[in-house]
Design a protein around this ligand. Sequence first.
Ligand SMILES: CC(C)(COP(=O)(O)OP(=O)(O)OC[C@H]1O[C@@H](n2cnc3c(N)ncnc32)[C@H](O)[C@@H]1OP(=O)(O)O)[C@@H](O)C(=O)NCCC(=O)NCCS
Length: 185
Amino acid sequence: MGDLVLETAQLVLRRVDEGDAELQHRILNTAAVMKHLGGVKELHEIETKHAKTMASFAREGFGFMMMIEKATGDMVGHAGLKRVDHTLALNQGDMEIGWLVREDRWRRGYAMEAARAVRDLAFVGHDTPLLVALTSAANVGSWRIMEKLGMRRRKDLDFNDPNFPAGENPTIQYSIDREEWQASR
Ligand SMILES: CC(C)(COP(=O)(O)OP(=O)(O)OC[C@H]1O[C@@H](n2cnc3c(N)ncnc32)[C@H](O)[C@@H]1OP(=O)(O)O)[C@@H](O)C(=O)NCCC(=O)NCCS
């Protein structure tokens, strides 16, 4: 079991560990959850992402985590930090925040709770000057969370991803810098 990284009112967030790819594939990899993320993934694709996040934890001390519901011990989502690595992004290397929640636990405040804790970890624990988030205009739930985190729309960082359908383009970005984060607290 991966080490505990964060605790919130309803959740704990622990490091991704061996075996979590299978759990994610079974529980989070549904058509509804993956609708704006390029559709459902093969197990090997999730394994590759998890290997990258474990390497990121080893190298930089941060990565994506599994969200565990305190009340039940169930895995209910995935959230954390990575470096922007999309080859078409102008801001590769910026620290990026992201989240997903299993669909039978939507609208309980889990994404917001996890996202606030991860945002604060980025500024306090990892001393980042800037935090960004990527989504599409169609993913209303996700960009509302970005706005609630105090992030602002960065049209200058938008890009088109030919691997995504027209309805999911462009990829849009939001950001918050250290001063904006301090002012919002
Ligand atoms: C987007 C997602 C993470 C939201 O998770 P959640 O735990 O249900 O979100 P929360 O309950 O914390 O909601 C926080 C806020 O997000 C917004 N929101 C969440 N889902 C929404 C939806 N379906 N439509 C509109 N706004 C939504 C609301 O503003 C909400 O605040 P409110 O409840 O006070 O109105 C979840 O729907 C999900 O996993 N989607 C698929 C994966 C995904 O697209 N991830 C983002 C990739 S960029």
